[in-house]
Design a protein around this ligand. Sequence first.
Ligand code: FES
Length: 88
Amino acid sequence: MRSNQNQKYIFICGSKDCQKNGSEQLKSALKELIKENNLKDEVRIIKTKCMDFCKSGPNLIVQDHLYHKVSSREAKAILNKLFEKPSS
Ligand code: FES
């Protein structure tokens, strides 16, 4: 396995309530965008256990920010957020 120290991570809850609210579809949408944009070496999606925000899922964490009720339509915005340059 190749190691990339600049690899970014998206943590997505894979537990029951988030699954019911579309976490698998969100994960698939993110994976598809990562593939389309040749970002497989740059971004890794990690499925987590319950984050304790079950009523507001699907939940995910990107760059230390917790997002609630994320839809598949927002996958592109989430990915863009990862590569956003910090404002100076
Ligand atoms: S099931 Fe996802 S936060 Fe609990």
